[in-house]
Design a binder for this molecule. Structure first.
Ligand code: SF4
Ligand code: SF4
Length: 460
């Protein structure tokens, strides 16, 4: 993965090849795609070009035409000296430090859930009862003061769980209170739910102008009901469908997420047909697939490599245009190329992997605070408490908030560093005690995406 540091001398002038050049083969094309995420450059190179051989360390600088050399320098694939690249890195880090990042907040009213999904990653969490009003008030005090410090004007508050939209008086009263409080303070709100009781909550969600809800539906009913079950073993599909339909055409945006793996990927065309037949091809609905990720590093029998699923999705898109109603979300590497296609610019260099390194705060029902939504409930990874008062554990805060590519030795030397940002902190902690990074499948996804979008990347 690491391209060694090359220093070449031409007519007495040293030249330095960037550590962060990525050269990608493109299936069925002789050209290659050259990317430098630090310099934000992307270009097409002929396979037999001397430039390519040179950048790979297999050719001599003397063989590269003067105009090409100038172009490589101008695009930041080549520097006059290593210090130029170091200065660029320092600038990028300084900019990241100065940037004001949006804060977002996750409130976990409970870790209890009315489902027993076959792949649940929260099944071992303690099932406390519903959060008390006293704790909710303290969480709002903390959110108020964090938002003020961060100068966040209308922070986004997610209701998460467990399942936040449970049946029962206590659950409904608490959720009503939380939405009321958020609304009074001018916060934006969103709900991450299994979808089974959305129908019971739909008027409340509309009343308090919840911005969006995310509901998981794992494919057509005969697949979904095998994976996402009630505690009594019954399927959940029909109630989720009713919930979605209770919000169709409202101002609440509905995100329908399908967790993709080998058990349901074959059913994408059938699911796309179902979306159309159900009339869900509405402006306020987005259906998308995210790769199933084994966040707790257990072995999961239906897990597939992300790039294999991505390739399959692209094949569906080509062979069956109706499947394009099912979008892609959270596919690192492919996201990068999609950003380029929408804007014709590469994203800024990424120095951290996710929002857990910036301004995310999760609040559980026991008074603990977390930097990562998926770490919630595991007190070993809490960054502090918000009840009775906000107290942060500085060492834990550093562990999450200061994790950046330049502080992780193997990332600093990795060609993908400024595209990746250092990988998921939680997986690094769970799998390697934080001693080394957990590399996402970014390079493989990138290669699949540049192959699929080659013509659009090249443009006219
Ligand atoms: S640390 Fe990992 S699991 Fe947590 S928010 Fe970031 S990417 Fe997701
Ligand atoms: S986590 Fe990302 S930047 Fe770090 S070594 Fe792995 S792929 Fe490279």
């Amino acid at each position: 993965m690491v391209i060694p540091l090359f220093l070449f001398y031409l007519s007495g002038d040293p030249m330095y090849v960037s550590k962060y050049n990525i050269i990608l083969d493109v299936d069925n094309h002789t050209e290659k795609i050259l990317i430098n995420p630090l310099s934000q450059s992307i270009d097409v190179v002929d396979e037999d070009d001397e430039v390519c051989a040179f950048l790979k360390g297999a050719g001599a600088l003397e063989n590269v035409k003067g105009s090409d050399r100038d172009y490589l320098l101008q695009r930041g694939y080549l520097f006059n000296e290593p210090e130029e690249e170091e200065n660029l890195i320092r600038d990028v880090i300084r900019k990241d430090d100065r940037e004001e990042y949006p804060c977002d907040f996750l409130l976990y009213p409970t870790f209890h859930c009315n489902f027993r999904c076959t792949y649940c990653f929260q099944s071992e969490l303690p099932k406390y009862s519903f959060i008390s009003t006293d704790y909710v008030n303290k969480a709002f005090e903390a959110i108020e003061s964090i938002s003020r410090d961060a100068r966040a004007e209308s922070p986004l508050l997610y209701l998460f769980g467990g399942e936040p939209l449970l049946k029962g008086k206590k659950a409904k009263e608490t959720i009503t209170y939380i939405l009321q409080q958020a609304c009074n303070r001018g916060y934006r709100t969103a709900v991450i739910t299994n979808g089974s009781n959305v129908q019971l909550y739909s008027s409340l969600l509309r009343k308090y102008e919840v911005e969006f809800i995310q509901i998981t539906l794992d494919g057509p009913q005969h697949i979904h009901d095998n994976r996402r079950l009630y505690a009594n073993g019954k399927g959940t599909f029909n109630n989720i469908k009713k919930g979605i339909e209770s919000l169709l055409g409202s101002d609440v945006r509905i995100l329908i997420r399908m967790n993709l793996d080998s058990q349901n990927i074959d059913y994408i065309p059938e699911f796309a047909d179902f979306v159309y037949e159900s009339g869900w091809d509405k402006d306020n609905v987005t259906v998308f697939v995210g790769p199933y990720r084994d966040l707790l590093c257990r072995s999961y029998e239906y897990q597939l490599p992300e790039h294999v699923m991505l390739e399959r999705m692209f094949t569906f898109y080509q062979e069956n245009p109706a499947t394009r109603i099912i979008k892609l979300l959270a596919w690192p590497g492919a996201d990068y190329i999609l950003h380029f296609l929408y804007t014709r610019e590469l994203p800024p260099p990424r120095v951290s992997y996710c929002i857990s390194s910036y301004g995310r705060f999760g609040f559980d029902a026991e008074g603990y605070m977390y930097a990562c939504g998926n770490a919630a409930g595991n007190k070993d990874y809490a960054i502090g408490r918000y009840y009775p008062e906000v107290t942060l554990d500085e060492e834990r805060v550093r562990m999450w908030r200061k994790r950046r590519v330049e502080t992780i030795p193997s990332c600093r030397e990795c060609e993908l560093a400024f595209l990746c940002g250092g990988g998921c902190t939680l997986q690094s902690l769970l799998k390697f005690d934080g001693e080394k990074p957990f590399c996402p499948e970014i390079l493989q996804n990138l290669k699949v995406a540049v192959t699929h979008y080659f013509d659009e990347i090249v443009g006219d």
